[in-house]
Design a binder for this molecule. Structure first.
Ligand SMILES: NC(=O)c1ccc[n+]([C@@H]2O[C@H](COP(=O)([O-])OP(=O)(O)OC[C@H]3O[C@@H](n4cnc5c(N)ncnc54)[C@H](O)[C@@H]3O)[C@@H](O)[C@H]2O)c1
Ligand SMILES: [Zn+2]
Length: 678
């Protein structure tokens, strides 16, 4: 045996063993270990080697068989008409070669007509109807013997249990794909995550795992759907059916069988390529996952002349889309700090072509996700990039581990500003507590500081804040107050007049209130109302700074989480420096008179609802002001509502309030009440 033949034999053996293992994981365990793209490459390599060395061909090679195997846990079903697989095309040339092969074999030069169908990514199912009633459903299995999954298929909402009309064969087998629509898949995974149960890698897996359940009650809860794409057994065999495949699909539709709405017909390989392009552009917006399109010679008589090879019909081909999942190596993990301080682990990858682009980063979301995936630095991972969605790490290829992989360590301090990282027990996201001093959060924090409900600095909008930060003029809020006319007029579109105006506005804003000051600091989850409650409760900044958690939760509206945020904020030296710098540039506020214990707020114990558009203030303003006066602000009107504030264009809430005889305040009444109690 020549050396090259020996090498080919060795490689063929290797590939056959490998593919058999992939098949087992994919078809039997419903848990693939490699992306389809890797599987397809190995399979194509095997096919090419076997073609080049015909003496090494074997009927037991995975290239000659329909993958899959019936689980013994299910009753077995022998298919009267075998359920085959499809040949694959990965490019235009292969598709043109397919057309030529078909024409040559038919010895017919006329243009061929094709049925064009999205290749749904689920699993093939055969459903048998006898006298119009669903009597049996089976998986494809190895093509000859499948699994009896009747009870499970009966739970799929769009599978009819009986056929419509009366004009159907006595026994007829409908074949099609059971799949899980994208939305349902996302929802299911969300539920699984929450329940701490297994998360499915992709919709195909979820569909297979859901359908091959021994308990059909579980299947019933899964959002599965079925679309038919062909007929299997028809008995009596002389039952009159249309002569074109596309018309037969129409017949199925008349019997009440669901079809994929994106099926079409085309003339010649050229028409097929147009269809391919069309579906490719629609792919991301389709409600179901597809991995390509299928072209079938439309004339049934021609199909019969063409016949089959071992594992697939000669009259059909699946043209695959570019893979959305690929395998690559995770080289490192970096931690990015977002505008709000959220710390996101980002996987640095060995660049890989997936979803039509070269990907070298993928998000790992948060620590929980890293733990769920069990991923380590150095691992081979499956990356998914579908549409414009940020690339995701789907799973780890554990069989490729060599022991040199390292655990991913989450930083305890911010990689940008070195402040402590805060992660609350019931939150997935870890955050930098650096707030005002963290460069990553600076722009956001400064915009918030200058905003209307905070320091309310006239002329200091978001754009200008960005300019000031980019020009290195402002790093922390106190820097606003040391700006000079000279520095400002160096900025684009800033004339002396507006610079002077801005400095005046800054000067005026130095007189503020403790509530506004607290709000401006941008402490997490401390909104206007909470800031006001804190000010009212503690009356001085020092008292708030030295408050412990217990003191803080005593404030109305402050729960444990908010208390923790406040406490952590004031425990950060950087933040104290920011506060002191502000006081040093002259920020001040009037003392607060503490309400005596007996004195109650004017709206204490009252519940109100706000609806419609207010012209003098926003709804959130009104809400905060009413809360400060002691009112509870609810979202809907009920018999417990004391009064409704109704602005312009108030709708159903107003009607309901009137029905329930609830007092209604118009905007004037609200403004008057607020003025009276200022
Ligand atoms: N990742 C892995 O480990 C792994 C392992 C095995 C198989 N696979 C994937 O599965 C493929 C092989 O599986 P296969 O044998 O089921 O072949 P296939 O998926 O390439 O094609 C045949 C199947 O297509 C489906 N199909 C969808 N729409 C159809 C339509 N309109 N008309 C006809 N059939 C339609 C049917 O289920 C049919 O059985 C591989 O190419 C690979 O992508 C992956
Ligand atoms: Zn930081």
């Amino acid at each position: 045996m020549s050396e090259s033949l020996q090498n080919a034999r060795r490689r063929i053996e290797e590939l056959r063993t490998q593919i058999a293992e992939y098949n087992y994981q994919y078809y039997v365990q419903d848990a693939p270990t490699v992306p389809d793209a890797q599987y397809d490459r190995d399979m194509q390599e095997l096919i090419a080697l076997e073609k080049a060395h015909p003496q090494l061909q074997s009927a037991s090679s995975p290239s000659q068989k329909v993958g899959g195997q019936a689980l013994s846990a299910f009753e077995q079903v022998t298919h009267e008409v075998p359920m085959l697989s499809l040949d694959n095309a990965f490019d235009e040339t292969t598709l043109l070669a397919f057309e030529k092969r078909v024409s040559d074999r038919l010895k017919d030069t006329r243009v061929l007509h094709f049925s064009c169908e999205p290749k749904l990514d689920g699993l093939a199912v055969s459903i048998l109807y006898e006298n119009g009633q669903l009597v049996r459903a089976a998986t494809r299995g190895d093509g000859q013997v499948g699994e009896n999954i009747t009870a499970n298929v009966r739970t799929i909402a769009n599978v009819p249990l009986s056929l419509r009309g009366t004009n159907w064969p006595e026994r007829v087998e409908v074949r099609g794909e059971v799949f899980m629509p994208k939305k349902g898949f996302e929802k299911l995974n969300e539920q699984q995550k929450q329940a701490g149960a297994k998360v499915f890698a992709n919709p195909r897996n979820a569909a297979a795992g859901s359908l091959r359940q021994l308990d059909s009650k579980i299947t019933a809860k899964r959002p599965l759907m079925f679309y038919a794409y062909s007929l299997g057994l028809v008995s009596p065999s002389d039952f009159s059916l249309p002569s074109l495949h596309s018309q037969r699909l129409e017949t199925l539709a008349q019997w009440g069988i669901p079809l994929c709405p994106d099926i079409d017909t085309a003339k010649g390989a050229k028409g097929c390529l147009d269809y391919y392009q069309l579906i490719l552009t629609k792919r991301d917006n389709l409600p179901y996952d597809i991995d390509g399109v299928v072209f079938k010679v439309n004339d049934i008589e021609l199909q019969q002349q063409l016949g089959f090879v071992a594992r697939a019909p000669r009259w059909a081909i699946a043209q695959k889309f570019p893979a959305q999942e690929e395998v690559t190596r995770l080289l490192d993990v970096e931690f990015q700090v977002g505008r709000t301080g959220a710390i996101t682990p980002v996987a640095r990858l060995e660049p890989v072509f997936v979803g039509g682009v070269t990907v070298s980063n993928a998000t790992l979301h948060n620590q929980d996700e890293i733990e769920r995936l069990g991923v380590k630095v150095g691992d081979y991972v499956i990356i998914r990039r579908a549409g414009d969605v940020i690339p995701q790490v789907v799973s780890v290829v554990e069989v490729k581990r060599n022991g040199a992989e390292r655990d991913i360590v989450f930083p305890s301090t911010c990689p940008v500003c070195d402040s402590n990282v805060e992660k609350l027990a019931d939150e997935a996201v870890a955050r930098c507590t650096g707030g005002l001093i963290c460069a990553a959060q600076r722009k956001q924090a400064l915009k918030h500081f200058a905003s209307r409900k905070a320091f309310d600095i006239d002329g200091l909008g978001d754009k200008l804040v960005e300019q000031l930060v980019d020009a290195d003029l402002v790093h922390s809020p106190a820097d606003f107050f040391t700006l000079t006319v000279e520095a400002l007029i160096g900025l684009e579109r800033m004339a002396e007049k507006s610079a002077v105006k801005l400095l005046n506005a800054l000067e005026a804003s130095k007189t503020t209130t403790l509530a506004k000051f607290l709000y401006a600091l941008g402490i997490r989850e401390v909104g206007e109302a909470t800031a006001a409650n804190l000010a009212q409760h503690f009356t001085t900044l020092n008292a708030i700074r030295s408050a412990n958690l217990e003191d803080l939760v005593a404030v109305s509206d402050v729960g444990e989480i908010v208390a923790t945020h406040i406490h952590n904020f004031f425990n950060e030296d950087h933040n104290i420096e920011v506060i002191e710098a502000l006081i040093n540039v002259g920020i001040h506020w009037p003392d607060i008179e503490k309400k005596s214990a007996g004195e109650s707020l004017p709206l204490e114990g009252q519940t109100c609802v706000i609806t419609g558009t207010l012209s003098t203030m926003g709804r959130s303003d009104a809400k905060a002001k009413l809360q400060l006066l002691g009112a509870k602000v609810a979202g809907s009107v009920s018999k417990n509502t004391d009064f409704l504030v109704a602005g312009e264009k108030a709708g159903s809430k107003l009607t309901k309030a009137q029905d329930l005889n609830v007092a209604v305040w118009d905007e004037d009444a609200l403004v008057a009440f607020l003025a009276e109690h200022e």
